[in-house]
Each structure stands twice: as C-alpha cells, then as structure tokens.
Design a protein around this ligand. Sequence first.
Ligand SMILES: NC(=O)C1=CN([C@@H]2O[C@H](COP(=O)(O)OP(=O)(O)OC[C@H]3O[C@@H](n4cnc5c(N)ncnc54)[C@H](O)[C@@H]3O)[C@@H](O)[C@H]2O)C=CC1
Ligand SMILES: O=C(O)C1=NCCCC1
Length: 315
Amino acid sequence: MSGPPVVIWAPAVKRLLRYSDLVPCLEEVLGQFSHRDNAEVLQPVRTAVPLRKHHGFMLSMPAYMENRGVLSTKLVCFYRREEGSPLPSTQATLLLLDPRVGNVKAVMDGDVITHMRTAAVSAISAKLLMRPEAQVLTIFGTGHQARSHYEVFTEMFAFKEVRVWSRTRQRADAFCQSVPGPVKAFSSAEEAARGADVIVTVTRSTEPVLFRAWVKPGAHVSAVGACRPDWRELDDVLMKEAVVYVDSREGAVAESGDVVLSGAEVFAELGDVINGVKPALREKTTVFKSLGMGVQDAASAQLVFQRWETEAGQR
Ligand SMILES: NC(=O)C1=CN([C@@H]2O[C@H](COP(=O)(O)OP(=O)(O)OC[C@H]3O[C@@H](n4cnc5c(N)ncnc54)[C@H](O)[C@@H]3O)[C@@H](O)[C@H]2O)C=CC1
Ligand SMILES: O=C(O)C1=NCCCC1
C-alpha cells in the first residue's frame, strides 16, 4: 500500500519553482510533444465541462511522459467574472501520480504552476520569434498572467521599455506600482501597442482587443487569453496576415476562437521550431497562440516534486 499524498501548496510551489529551471525544461518538453512519439508524451485534448450556471468551465488536463516517468492531471476552473468581482477567475489543482502503481504522490496548488508555466512558454515563443533588436514590450491586462509574464520577460530579456494597458487607468497604475522595475501605464490600447516589438495579450476579453492596424510589421504577439472557440483577443486581419504558431495544433483548432473564427492557417507548433522542422520567421509579424497543455503542467509538477524531495531529505 502507498502512503497518503504529500500536499504542496502555493507558497511552497512558488519557492521551489524557478524560471531558470522551468524555461529550459519546457523548451525540451515542447519539442518532445511535437515529435508525437507516445513514449515521450501522451496528451489527449483536454475536456471542458461547462459550468453554465456559474459562467465557467472545468478543464481536465491529463498528461503522461513515459520516458520521464511522469503522470499527472490538472483540474482547472475558469470563469467569466464581472469586473471587480472578489472571486478568482481561475483556480487549479494538480495531481502527480506514480505511473508504476497509480497512486497519487502529491496534490499541488495548480495556480502558481499555471501562472509560471504559461509565462515561461510565452517567453520561449519570444526567444524563438521576436526580432533580436526588440526593445519595447507591451502587456495587455494586469492580472495574474500579466504579472508572471512581466517577471519572466524582464528576467530573460533586456527590454528598454515596458508598457502595460488596462481598461482602467487605475489598474494600469496599480500594476506599475506593484512590480519592481519601470513600467509605463496606458489607458489607450492603441497607444500601448503602436511601436511595440513584443505584445503579450493576457486578458479575459471575449472580443478582439488587439488589431493589425496597431501592430508594427515584424512584431511578435503572444496571445494567451481567449481560450474558448468563440472568444477572441486578436482581430481577423492580424490573424490572417501574421505567421501563426501554436503550442498544440489539436488544441488550437478545438479551442482557439482567434484561430477557428478567423480561418487563419496554423504555420507551426513551437515544438516544430525547437526541433528544427519549421523555421522561426522572425522578420515577419508572428503570433504565438497559447492555450496551455497538460504536459507543461506535468513537467512543472515534476520539477516542484523533485525539489520538494531534496528539501525533505535535508530536513
Ligand atoms: N494560454 C494559457 O495557457 C492560459 C491562459 N489563461 C487565460 O489568460 C487570461 C488571463 O488570465 P489571468 O491573468 O489569470 O486572469 P485575471 O483575472 O487575473 O486577469 C485578467 C485581466 O484581464 C482584464 N480584462 C477582463 N476583461 C477584459 C476585457 N473585456 N478587455 C480587456 N481586459 C479585460 C482584467 O482587468 C485583468 O487585468 C484569461 O483569459 C485566462 O483564461 C490562463 C491560464 C493559462
Ligand atoms: O492551460 C491552462 O491551465 C488554462 N488554459 C485556458 C484557461 C484556463 C487555464
């Protein structure tokens, strides 16, 4: 019989997970995913259960990496919240199992993992697809993902200017005051976007907030919100004119309103670029449409658990 699972909650996950470990680990995992070799990664398209009464969805995100011996599933609920609602818009819990016997080894907070692994994957997209001379980063949104994206983008790259846009100036100002480095607050999305080399959209919008007319030719856009087939963050023109990269083709055609409703062609997965199978067209305007993958959570949970075991062994 196996013992009960350990519980590793948000403060411990935050202490144990570092971008310097996460980014190279996820880069490797994205490449493995795109090989479509079942011994490397098995990840069915996630299921979404609508919580109609509560204006939300529960996603179930299993993944198995046979070669690494990692089996996990994340349950994440996300909601359309009224502005100013005290309730969280996303809540996640992760189960890490022993694939040999099927017992749950750890129950982990999934929020910190979701914030950090999503931002880390966007940073990988920027590393691969932004122009080397990129100087200006713009973030649309001021929530959890905005913060984690700010953290990893400023840790990995040396932008000369960072901008943030929110629908209210107050929230943009509050974001600027809460982060360690200089950020310019914008109350006009257009002004925040014009001239930016990299634009990260991390909003809960269901309508386009970023338009091709505002995007500098050759810029890189990492589009992280709009994770339902009828939700949008980017307009049709941007989707059709840019070269579109995704985390998973199956996920993008099933879940991305920006891809499905625009009719844009998906050029490649990030993993295809990492594997050298598809080029990184840095000179073109590029969009990375992120939806999130169970295998990103699985690899992150393994990193947390390994560090937790090391710490436990030292106690
Ligand atoms: N691609 C992925 O792997 C993941 C995507 N997400 C998605 O990323 C987005 C952001 O997530 P969090 O930062 O955790 O949410 P959050 O609730 O912490 O922040 C959302 C931000 O969007 C803004 N916002 C809300 N409605 C808006 C509208 N109509 N127009 C413009 N801005 C609006 C809010 O003011 C806030 O700044 C959500 O859409 C979420 O579903 C979340 C986790 C993973
Ligand atoms: O991958 C995830 O985790 C999520 N993706 C879409 C929205 C909520 C969380």
